[in-house]
Design a protein around this ligand. Sequence first.
Ligand SMILES: Nc1ncnc2c1ncn2[C@@H]1O[C@H](COP(=O)(O)OP(=O)(O)OP(=O)(O)O)[C@@H](O)[C@H]1O
Ligand SMILES: [Mg+2]
Length: 251
Amino acid sequence: MSPPKPLLELVNVSVSHGRVEALRQVSLSVGRGEIVALLGSNGAGKTTTLRSISGLLSLDTGDALFDGQSIRGKSPEEIARIGIAHVPEGRRIFPGLTVRENIMLGACNRKRPGRRALEAEADGMFELFPDIRSFATTLAWQLSGGQLQMVALARGLMARPRLLLLDEPSLGLAPLIIQKVFAAIEEIRKRGATILLVEQNANMALSVADRGYVLETGRLVLEGDARALAANEEVKAAYLGGRQEIASRES
Ligand SMILES: Nc1ncnc2c1ncn2[C@@H]1O[C@H](COP(=O)(O)OP(=O)(O)OP(=O)(O)O)[C@@H](O)[C@H]1O
Ligand SMILES: [Mg+2]
């Protein structure tokens, strides 16, 4: 079976932060309805990849295609409007707004219905995230990390994105909460979303992903079917529990 036609394609993308070359000739694709995992350790370039797609960083070389059209050089606002939502590393929730208000902000890329309709839609998100339902009118600073991650996911979904970019949704969360967050990600996909999932937690990411890529210091070093990657000895050694060993070999 041929792979589905990509919704997102990066072709030979290089990006730098000043003099630091963070991505070098990265090419990857995400098909409609797929969950694609982008794995790699600290500083590999995962966040840089997502920020380049959502227009927060500009490409030095290469191109980014969304639904076949180049989005290179477009502003973050334009990119949000065409249907790419970015749930950033560290969640970036407004602590002084309520949970419902934070979720509603996700719709700011859309032609908005009235406030009432938007509130109802935000409340609809609690079907997917029942754990935060009782906090709808609570100020966000009172929530735990796992609850904030759920708010961040719900806010991303309020954009009604065609592509959802998730940056380390498991970061800093306890194992039981990580399970819940990933169950929600699977449910989001069942409802028809396409997801590019950045993770250091390769085990969890590959358990929900269809395919995956591995970044190492700005270059893609491996790609393949999620199951094949999870069984790959190099991936297992580097990202599925044996990271210290690799680190000491490199130092
Ligand atoms: N604003 C910046 N200015 C300078 N260098 C940066 C900046 N942001 C990232 N870098 C560098 O670019 C490289 C890639 O960073 P990036 O944040 O994309 O990695 P990452 O894979 O997301 O890492 P982590 O798992 O720690 O989030 C690193 O060497 C990092 O130090
Ligand atoms: Mg990062």
